[in-house]
Design a protein. Sequence first.
Length: 805
Amino acid sequence: MDCPGAEKLFTYRLPPGLTIQTGDILSVPFGPQTVGGIAIRCFADLPEALATAQIREVVDLVSPSLFPDNYWSLLERVAQYYHAPLMAVIRVALPPGLLMRSQRRIRLSQRSIETQTLTPTAQKLIEVLQNSPNQDYTWTYLQRQVKGANQGLRELRQRGYVESYVQPQSHAQPKRQQVVTLLSSAAPDLTSRQQEVLVVLQQQGGEMWLQPFTELCHTTPKTLKTLEEKGCVAITLQERLRLEQSPFESDQAQTLTPDQEQALAVIQDLQGYHQVLLHGVTGSGKTEVYLQAIAPTLKRGQSVLVLVPEIGLTPQLTDRFRARFGDRVCVYHSALSDGERYDTWRQMLTETAQVVIGTRSAIFSPLPNLGMVILDEEHDTGYKQDRPAPCYHARTVARWRAEAEDCPLILGSATPSLESWATSQHLLPHTKSEPSNHHYLSLPQRVHARPMPPISIVDMRQELEQGNRSLFSRKLQAGLQQLHSGQQGLLFIHRRGHSTFVSCRSCGYVVECPHCSVSLTYHHNADIKQPLLRCHYCNFTQTQPAQCPDCSSPYFRFFGSGTQRVIEDLNRQFPDLRVLRFDSDTTRRKGAHRQLLDRFAAGEADLMVGTQMLTKGIDLPQVRFVGVLAADSLLNLPDFRASERTFQTLLQVAGRAGRGEHPGQVIMQTYNPDHPVIQAVQRYAYETTVDSELQQRAALQYPPYGQLIVLRLSSPSEERVEQTAQAIATYLVKQIEALGLEAAVLGPAPANILRVARRYRWQVLLKLPAIVDGMPAWTLPTSELQARCPKDVRLAIDVDPLTLL
Ligand SMILES: Nc1ncnc2c1ncn2[C@@H]1O[C@H](COP(=O)(O)OP(=O)(O)OP(=O)(O)O)[C@@H](O)[C@H]1O
Ligand SMILES: [Zn+2]
Ligand SMILES: [Zn+2]
């Protein structure tokens, strides 16, 4: 239903003689209006809850489905698996206002028309259409010209004389924007600032949109005006398509390394659905493999979907695709304006073979002829939507989509998720049965056999013991002192989460839950005197010990130091170091990521300090140094995936160093130098780490050996949310017993952040046996669960949750 605010599905009756199919575009009555709608499901019998008298009739079929064949079953599958309303899935998949922005048009479909037998209205319609230059008019125009056009149209369509279709509205006013073009870089009496601006413009290929250009060189339109008066530049208006564009230089396929060559050969041999894990260390040239796998697919006339975790963080990647495939590349993500999303979406509906690069919701791109799906950095948690419903994982949906389209799915990563690793090694029940569909390809070396940067581990307990109270170890300080623009560095700080854990400053001991093997989180509020430590999986609680249970030291450290504080300390200790801050505070504006990365790439700073964002897609040869402030803050997240996460993040951030000709260096500070994960990172020991982690998962039936579902409850009433959580847990336990399922209910427990936006939050965790053949071991009785929630308690279901915070 193309009507703002319509949250549900509505049922309509078909008038006699009209047949439709799922996905068809209809016009239907809605309140006093007639609006556009999409046929979602067709029933032969009326659903029980509805009375015949209430049901209104479809006005007309506007156009046959715009969507690829399997499209609607994919959306239905997402809704079903993730226990989400279908309407919520549609909202994620389709751009807002899809139908409102389209125009219905009518055209003649036959030349020989016997007008004598037609009613006068129908005759009038034919006459108007015949007089139009293309025998084609908008429906709105026809309605204005002919009274009772509706009746006449129905008659003409039954005879097959006309057809109805939809077309995107041509934008009455195409978007025009100012462009700066370089005319001459020499003119008398230019200030050095003005000369600088001209040099930048030249570097950018001599032409740029005015607004990004002023941002890029920190200048004002006024300065450019002056330059125009001096005859150095011209400022003109040009039409700007609302497809996101950036200037690109073209490039050619590189000569592949033998490993790349081998991987590409396997991919190119695949026929139909296959899942491939492309495991290539950082800097091994995975992107080049994607590019060369895509080229022949496009040549065959098929489109390719490339998913990336966050588009803002990977402008370099998008540039490389554009450089190779030019304007056959579309970029689609939720940060586009509604207009841009709509334009891109319409572009994707066309039969042209194209490459769509997008974030997780782009998995729903309506490409009619899909030949390959690629997920870059497949381990990234950005692929999972936490809220609102549907809480889907793009990798899971990508698998369904590739299966339905019968095309290969390529998962690429330097640090594959346990799920993908186990699948590619045929370790899981559902992959044992069909090993030939799952492939493992490895790029174990960097291009040009460049070495992986050596990783040094610094024991921060010793630093303290030896009197260094600064955030930076002596080794890290020495590294920072060597930085300059030809040898830049990155300093990684874990994003300050809401959760804090407690660790002993003398021995590194961290308090864990005896039942769940996750660290306990620190809770302190004014009402309770003694701070509490709590497991937010199972609600085990204990008081904060006064002394370390391991070494009796009274010094504890509460983790979580933000970028701000680090930068202040850096400025104090290294006044000459030029520092850029790259975190969620400094990158909020659209395009800010690219701008900061461009400035860094141009050598405007020696060191870039940032959070998780630093781990992704930075491919700069002059970055030779990487520092990690506290490797532990990740390690002790209260989550059973903490080890996996830490391992992945640390290897990714380390992988930014030494990608050019000169070797790199990585320094990681920790209070747990002996922790197996830290040790494994230092040795780049992916396989052994993953194998031992998998053993632990198997023992506790955590994913990928079991399935988790978390039921999140929230309410303004603390009491009611707790009672409801309790009631739901009890109900689930009874059901599980009655059905004889091998499942477990954990909790209920309060969420780690108990109160958010005035709502108290509790959760119940459900542990089920692993998925077999794509089906969960148990389909949750959602309506029974909803029925147990009072009015002011909200229930959200998260299937395969990635965070349990
Ligand atoms: N065959 C090749 N010959 C020369 N250079 C190459 C080749 N393949 C890739 N490169 C270059 O090597 C660099 C690293 O490649 P790329 O960014 O694709 O690595 P990656 O595996 O995606 O790394 P990461 O996972 O760290 O992002 C790039 O600058 C790329 O242009
Ligand atoms: Zn201790
Ligand atoms: Zn616990």
